[in-house]
Design a protein around this ligand. Structure first.
Ligand code: SF4
Length: 230
């Protein structure tokens, strides 16, 4: 595996017009089914088990989403983000341990907290203009180590661009929409690698203590409410 710095150089050198070509060849149109914003139903044995929606959100994206409340109202940090669950242990009083980065907060059903459906079942993002890069670029990702892959298996791909399970794949896409997606995808790859490098460089071992969670992000060590660990 190449160093994160080498991957970052590769991400910066990505040709957005090649990415747009690949997106055009695969084809995509959002059907507003909401599948990328909702919990995943696990298994088909009818036990009702679901896997919570999990999408990475960067610290500056969390701050932007906090400001996306109605009027002057700010969302609380915990209304927007939760510690990324991977790596946490299930303690007596809930999750505990250390984790890296943040995930979008989920509601009681395990769906993204910002997802809403109208009476006809058509899905909408209530923070559309402020949604994070991972949402702007779904269902695509780039094939570079150190970048995150969204939910869903990779089902299609053209060299550097991968497409993940999504019912909107294969539909015609305008060149201008493909170019916009390509630019966001390149930006996301760069941001993910910059974040990964900063997480590595700012890492300080911390003993969270029983029942506590510490999140190591690109800005240091934080509690689940986003405040720094002293
Ligand atoms: S922020 Fe919006 S687009 Fe992203 S997962 Fe939530 S509802 Fe979907």
């Amino acid at each position: 595996m190449e160093s994160l710095e080498a991957e970052l150089d590769e991400a910066r050198d990505l040709d957005a017009s090649d990415i747009a070509d690949a997106i055009e060849a695969i084809g995509f149109e959002c059907t507003r089914c909401g599948a990328c914003c909702k919990a995943v139903e696990c298994g088909d044995d009818g036990d009702g088990e679901t896997e919570e929606h999990t999408a990475t959100v960067f610290p500056d994206e969390i701050r932007r989403l906090q400001g996306a409340g109605e009027g002057d109202e700010e969302y609380d940090f915990r209304d927007v983000a939760r510690p990324m669950p991977y790596g946490l242990a299930e303690g007596e009083d809930g999750p505990e341990g250390e984790t890296f980065e943040w995930a979008l907060q989920t509601d009681d059903c395990g769906d993204c907290t910002f997802y809403a459906e109208d009476e006809a079942g058509t899905g909408a993002c209530t923070v559309h203009g402020d949604r994070p890069l991972i949402c702007r670029t779904y269902p695509f990702s780039v094939a570079l180590d150190g970048t995150s892959q969204p939910m869903g298996e990779a089902v299609d791909g053209e060299d550097m661009v991968r497409a993940h399970e999504c019912e909107g794949l294969g539909r015609d896409i305008d060149r201008s929409d493909a170019e916009e997606l390509a630019a966001a995808l390149k930006e996301r790859a760069i941001r993910e690698l910059e974040e990964a490098i900063a997480v590595r460089d700012n890492y300080e071992p911390v003993d969270p203590g029983p029942g506590e969670v510490v999140v190591h992000d690109s800005e240091g060590q934080k509690r689940p409410d986003g405040t720094p660990v002293e």
